[in-house]
Design a protein around this ligand. Structure first.
Ligand code: ADP
Length: 316
């Protein structure tokens, strides 16, 4: 199972170039698409979900041409959009049963068994008779996953799922996603670095419609070893440091200002070496300090393209 995106571009009628020549190879498992607001994540997610058209480029799911064979894609797709409306007066179980009916599960017994199983997986069985309007943010998100799980999807897309969840709900949601994400492709679009850190075996960083880096999170972090430097500074000195060094992040820590600087060598000025984390990869990439491509998967894609082969990334 592999999703291969090649040269995908999209410009909205107002002139905003939301996607610029995006190429990605997404293997089975959890894939994190990380980028700030406005980066183009939702545009990419909606295009993969067959809900909007691209101007150029291609998307393939194994042998399936996603941009052409939309009905077939929808049969194997589970999609949890950034925002979704729920009928507040309808009970959770009835709503899921309705979705299952729409997905073609006509037999009532079969439908009920499926719905109950999904309610159990998503930890909503105890509240199955409650009206959706009474659900908390976390329950609504888990209901969103529940509806996305109907029909045994091979590809699940979740757009910004943990924004607005409290820490406990977030952990629950992470656990749920990691359980379903092993044998199918789950694409998680988020601006929250820790979501990717915890969950994803592969990731891409996207900004202004372009893929800036892609690879295995741990390897991307390792490639920053020896290049991140830290220092506590006075707030009033921030301007000077920003002008003089590649400051990638500024954080308040116990009332003091901690800055992280990207530098291949010791920048002097009493900076201390810092153990890099995924957040440093993210900020260094977004700030343009760090442009190496760590994507083995993408290299596969490039090699295949050069050799004129249709099949991308056999091993991925
Ligand atoms: P993200 O999900 O990363 O926040 P989006 O894909 O929603 O990014 O948006 C990418 C860019 O495209 C933004 O500049 C946004 O304002 C713009 N955009 C998104 N949808 C539309 C639309 N329907 N019409 C015009 N511009 C849009």
């Amino acid at each position: 199972m592999e999703l291969t995106i090649e040269g995908l571009s999209k410009t909205y009628p107002n002139g905003v170039q939301a996607l610029q020549n995006v190429s990605l190879a997404i293997p089975a498992g959890m894939f994190g698409l990380l980028g700030p607001n406005g980066a183009g994540k939702s545009t990419l997610m909606r295009t993969i979900a067959t809900l909007q058209e691209a101007d150029s480029g291609s998307i393939r799911l194994n042998d399936l041409d996603v941009l052409v064979e939309k009905a077939r894609v929808r049969e194997i797709l589970g999609y949890l959009p950034q925002e979704f409306g729920l009928y507040p007066k309808v009970r959770a179980r009835d709503m899921l049963a309705h979705f299952a009916f729409l997905k073609g599960i006509i037999n009532k017994r079969e439908r009920q068994a499926l719905v109950d199983r999904i309610l159990q997986i998503t930890n909503l069985y105890d509240v199955r008779k409650k009206q959706l309007g009474s659900f908390s943010g976390g329950m609504k998100q888990r209901f969103g996953i529940a509806q996305a799980l109907i029909g045994d999807p091979k590809l699940i897309i979740v757009d910004e799922p943990t924004a607005g969840l409290d820490p406990e709900e977030r952990v629950r949601f992470h656990n749920l996603l990691s359980e379903i994400g092993e044998n199918i492709i789950v694409i998680l679009s988020t601006h929250i670095v820790s979501d990717v850190n915890v969950l994803c075996s592969h990731m891409a960083i996207i900004n202004k419609g372009e893929v800036l880096a892609t690879g295995v999170p741990i390897e991307m972090v390792q490639s920053l070893a020896g290049k991140i430097w830290k220092k506590f500074v006075e707030k009033t000195e921030l301007g000077r440091y920003t002008a003089e060094f590649n400051v990638i992040s500024t954080k308040l820590l116990s009332g003091r200002t901690l800055i992280h600087v990207y530098s291949d060598t010791n920048p002097g000025d009493n900076f201390e070496p810092e153990t890099p984390e995924l957040e440093d990869v993210y900020f260094a990439t977004i700030k343009g300090c760090f442009s190496q491509n760590h994507n083995l998967v993408n290299q596969d894609l490039a090699e295949h393209r050069e050799s004129g082969s249709d099949q991308a990334g056999d091993e991925a």
